[in-house]
Design a protein around this ligand. Structure first.
Ligand code: GAF
Length: 388
């Protein structure tokens, strides 16, 4: 069993008397399709082999006691008195709140969780907590929820106490992840196709910029509202329909005069990114990784100049990556305003290149970035205790 899992179990045994069940809940990467899930498009994420372990057991009382091992903090709350609090606690409280709204019967439990997923780095640590807890509570209290219901409830949980109007991508990837595959998710029908992601000659490297600008969640909700405003205008044009998926970049350009400049840029990014996702999925199926990679640079350009969710630190990392011939694609990943850059790098050159980028970044910003070499992995699952 992974070392992190052992630490979580040991802590549980030190604190609590019950025999816990153990679950692993992964972070996610997104290959392409950024800010597209809430705009009715397709996205291409994958669960990764980094995440959190949750050791949990019912305690035959009304008391919930959860220890966040990574930050040495805890949540203690009565099951009949769930209200909004601060920070990470709202991810769990949000889950409990939506379960109670659904009349799902939750009793008291003891829990320790933590792992190797950085927080606030654009790897979806919040969805890992929300979806991971839904999965674990579903198991220990026999709530009879299927994976899609859990993904939707996890999304509602994030909308509730944390207050981020996120799309479905992160929780969906967390729950439906599959080893060696990306998930081509249709965010309207909520159905997916797994696409093989066997990048034998390449590494996927996530470089965590270690910056997280505080405007992130407010700006995220603002982008969502701007897209809605743009779609309202465009859908009034005869023949445009009421979804971005019926609208091409050419059609947006034709209506530029109708849209305020910012709204025009947001809409143009969305429809261009939608086209890139379809192309990217085709390239992956054809194993044309070089063509796939160049789309990542195009996405970054759009995120930087049209959607305006990047920042100088991230732009620098992408620009450094682009200077290297062996990096076939790189871009900002996740909600933005800091977080992580995803890079696809030729395997034999990857270690040196990443070291160089990280060094240059430290010299320029005096910030230590961390790089993770990741693999597409399974979604949240139960972990047998004592297994090797
Ligand atoms: C965040 C959100 F939670 C996702 O739903 C998605 O919109 C992403 O930002 C941007 O693609 O991770």
């Amino acid at each position: 069993m992974a070392e992190n899992a052992n630490i979580i179990l040991q802590l549980f045994h030190q604190q609590f008397a019950e025999e816990p069940q153990l679950f692993f809940s992964p972070g996610r990467m997104n290959l392409i399709g950024e800010h597209i899930d809430y705009n009715d498009g397709f996205v291409l994420p994958a669960a990764i082999n980094k995440g959190i372990w949750i050791a949990i057991a019912p305690n035959q009382s009304n008391l919930i006691h959860c220890i966040a091992a990574d930050i040495n903090d805890s949540l203690i709350v009565d099951v009949d008195n769930i209200t909004k609090q601060q920070g990470w606690k709202n991810y769990i409280l949000g889950v409990l709140h939506v379960l109670q709204q659904e009349h799902k019967n939750i009793q008291g439990f003891h829990c320790v969780f933590g792992g190797n997923l950085p927080h606030g780095a654009g790897l979806s640590s919040s969805a890992a907590i929300e979806a991971g807890f839904l999965f674990a509570l579903n198991h220990i209290f026999s709530l009879q929820l299927n994976l899609l219901q859990m993904a939707l409830l996890a999304q509602q949980a994030e909308h509730s106490y944390p207050g981020v109007q996120c799309g479905i991508m992160d929780m969906y990837a967390n729950l439906f992840g599959k080893k060696e595959h990306a998930i081509l998710l249709d965010c309207v029908s909520l159905q997916h196709k797994w696409v093989p992601l066997l990048l034998s000659q390449y590494e996927i490297v996530l470089i965590n910029s270690a910056v997280h600008h505080s405007l992130a969640s407010g700006e995220y909700n603002k982008r969502r509202a701007e897209c809605k405003e743009g779609l309202n205008v465009l859908s009034a044009v005869p023949g445009y329909g009421n979804s971005f998926r019926n609208i091409t970049p050419q059609m947006v350009k034709q209506q530029q005069a109708l849209l305020p400049e910012i709204i025009y840029k947001r809409c143009l990014y969305v429809v261009e990114e939608m086209e890139r996702v379809q192309l990217a999925a085709d390239y992956l199926q054809q194993n044309n990784i070089a063509a796939f990679g160049s789309l990542l640079y195009e996405t970054h350009h759009g995120l930087q100049h049209l959607y305006e969710v990047s920042c100088p630190e991230i732009d620098y990392l992408v620009q450094q990556a682009k200077q290297q011939k062996a990096v076939i694609g790189a871009r900002l990943m996740g909600g933005g305003f800091g977080g992580t850059v995803i890079c696809i790098i030729e395997k034999q050159a990857a270690q040196n290149i990443v070291q160089e980028i990280v060094n240059n970044y430290r010299q320029k910003f005096n910030i230590q970035a961390e790089a993770y070499f990741v693999q597409p992995a399974s979604g949240t699952h139960w972990v047998p205790i004592n297994a090797e």
